[in-house]
Design a protein around this ligand. Structure first.
Ligand code: SRM
Ligand code: SF4
Length: 567
């Protein structure tokens, strides 16, 4: 058989001397605001994406100027938990270098946008000073490990959080390149870089891990390469069901690419999770496709070779076998807004952050309000996987002060948005994302207002419908898990998906392709009329559209992009 050509990124990784490449020299080059193309592949492993302002490209070209380059920086925050001090550090950097905006991501991390090249090193160094870092926030490695973001809800939550943090640090790349380039640390002579888990070419593609604690599936565990579902008996965490092979990314018109739901493959004890994670990652390192990046995610490795092959390979490498999976039940994917009490008597406040954007606008000085709370130095700050924020672990006295601090800003009022808004999630998309084909973050709130009006018209405004939008099919807001999904196809045009499951256990399916807002609203008007008249008691919208025959449930991710009529 003819040997297939490796992807260009593979050669870049091999030649990079453990992720150094020419990044350091590129930072010193004042002639351009960009880095060399090969190096922009490597900076991803350091948590940095080169971007440019897509809206000024044509004007600048006419002025014979290069695109307005800047960088997106993603800080790794295992389970989304940080201190008020770390929040203040991110706030400070956002104001100084990031256009006054912090973006909370769908994977519980921070992003800063618009950082120009000359400010990159200072920004990364400051993030490190705050004891956060950006290592492996992007790139072909394991990314930020997600976990239900409330370690104080119960002792089980605390243990699960510790397991997630342990996996995160165990799978962090070992190269000292990051420290040399960004923190000016000298490499100790005679100490070669060793990547015991990844090797010098790292993984074929990005790798993502999430840990869910039923009944909450707020991390969307089945959308991940590797997942752990906590199993609790008699209030004790006894271990985790292990899931493998989930992922969202796809390409329009390429039916070889599709989202897949992870499968449960067995059960492991709490002290075995790190070992399981390491071996799963190593299997993907050795068997993942390195000749076609569109086929390189772990989900395809499993889909191609079969789950039985994978289980055998994993058990062989572990030297022991996973036990049979234990029963579990999820009841939701969203966040519960407002106040909740922890097992130790402290309090949490979950705040709705529309699409994760923390910024001061004319209507809401959100960034300033949160900064004031962080200055109080109470408890902790926790980013949820739905782009919201929990201010956690407050005593009763501190709770009262937080209420007094946030009230004048109207931040608590902001929590009282419609169910449509509270259950919506959009990716960044335009203007920063180079892959966006349509708006998402900037448009979803407007569309949701119109959807809410339709819900009111049909008397179903008290029904939560998980609605997600992305500007392209890569799936950054996990739109294929939504009851109602919109995926950008072109300016103002979206593919519409129906039939995901409220608790995140079923993929949806394309209902209509390339439609504009008018068509979306006409279709939803009819669907909502039917839902209002014919839904069973408590029946979720995603289940209803399937039972009522508006869409067929998918049995394999490859069907997601096939509208009903084609099947
Ligand atoms: Fe994503 C690429 C933003 C979560 C699947 N994602 C990108 C880039 C970096 C665009 C690029 O490659 O140039 C986006 C930067 C936009 C910007 O301007 O900030 C981007 N992804 C995001 C974030 C910020 C969306 C958000 O609104 O929160 C999320 C950051 C998460 C984090 O903190 O690490 C984000 N991305 C996701 C998720 C959701 C998840 O992981 O739970 C997915 C789907 C799950 C998955 O990976 O299968 C996701 N992003 C992708 C893909 C498709 C990967 C694939 O398998 O094909 C790309 C494109 C790529 O990798 O080539 C991508
Ligand atoms: Fe960009 Fe597409 Fe991800 Fe949205 S889904 S942030 S448009 S890559």
């Amino acid at each position: 058989m003819k040997k297939q050509k490796l992807e260009a990124v593979e050669t870049i990784k091999t030649a990079s001397n453990y992720l150094r490449g020419g990044i350091a020299d590129g930072l010193d080059n004042n002639v351009t605001g960009s880095l060399a193309e090969d190096d922009t592949q490597l900076t991803k492993f350091h948590g940095i994406y080169q971007q440019h302002d897509r809206e000024s490209v044509v004007t600048r070209r006419k002025q014979k100027l290069e695109p307005l380059y800047s960088f997106m920086i993603r800080a790794r925050v295992p389970a989304g938990i940080c201190t008020p001090e770390q929040w203040l550090a991110m706030d400070d950097l956002a104001v100084q270098y990031g256009g006054g905006s912090i973006r909370l991501t769908t994977r519980q991390a921070f992003q800063l946008h618009g950082v120009i090249k000359k400010n990159l090193k200072t920004t990364i160094a400051s993030i490190n000073q705050s004891l956060l870092d950006t290592i492996a926030a992007c790139g072909d490695v394991n990314r930020n490990v997600m976990c239900t973001p409330n370690p104080h809800q119960s002792e089980v939550h605390q243990q699960a959080y510790q397991a997630a943090a342990a996996i995160s640090s165990h799978l962090t790349p070992q190269t000292t390149a990051y420290h040399e380039i960004w923190l000016d640390k000298e490499k100790v002579a005679g100490t070669p870089d060793i990547e015991p888990i990844y090797g010098e070419t790292y993984l074929p593609r990005k790798f993502k891990i999430a840990m869910a604690i039923p009944p909450a599936n707020d991390v969307d565990v089945f959308a991940h390469d590797l997942g752990f579902i906590a199993v609790v008996e008699k209030h004790q965490l006894i271990g985790f069901n292990v899931t493998v092979g989930g992922g969202m990314g796809a390409t329009h018109g390429d039916l070889e690419t599709f989202p897949l739901l992870a499968q449960v493959i067995g059960f492991c004890a709490v002290d075995q999770v790190t070992q399981v994670a390491e071996q799963v990652v190593k299997i993907q390192r050795d068997y993942g496709c390195r000749t076609n990046r569109k086929h390189a995610r772990f989900k395809y490795t499993i889909d191609d070779r079969g789950i039985d092959w994978f289980k055998q390979e994993l058990n062989k490498r572990l030297g022991w076998s996973l036990l049979a999976e234990k029963p579990f039940e999820f009841k939701s994917t969203g966040d519960e807004f407002g106040w909740s009490e922890n097992y130790d008597g402290t309090w949490n406040l979950c705040l709705f952050i529309q699409n994760g954007r923390v910024i001061d606008s004319d209507s809401l000085a959100l960034r300033s309000a949160l900064k004031q709370v962080a200055h109080l130095d109470y408890g902790d700050f926790r980013i949820t996987a739905n782009q919201n924020l929990i201010i956690g672990q407050l005593t009763a006295d501190e709770k009262a002060v937080v209420i007094d601090t946030l009230t004048p800003f109207g931040v608590l009022e902001n929590n009282r948005q419609s169910l449509a808004q509270l259950n919506g999630m959009a990716c960044v998309a335009l203007p920063t994302c180079s892959l966006a084909m349509a708006e998402a973050e900037r448009y979803l709130p407007t569309l949701l207002n119109k959807i809410e009006n339709l819900q009111i018209k049909h008397g179903i405004q008290d029904r939560a419908i998980i609605t997600r939008m992305t500007g392209c099919p890569n799936g950054c807001a996990r739109p294929y898990m939504a009851e109602l999904g919109f995926v950008g196809k072109g300016p103002g045009k979206y593919n519409m998906y129906l039939g995901g499951e409220f608790t995140g256990t079923r993929l949806n399916r394309m209902y209509l392709e390339n439609i504009d807002e008018d068509t979306i609203l006409i279709e939803l008007d009819a669907l909502f009329a039917d839902y209002a008249s014919n839904a069973l008691d408590g029946e979720w919208f995603g289940d209803f559209v399937i039972r009522q025959g508006h869409i067929d449930a998918v049995t394999h991710g490859s069907q997601v992009h096939l509208p009903l009529a084609v099947v």
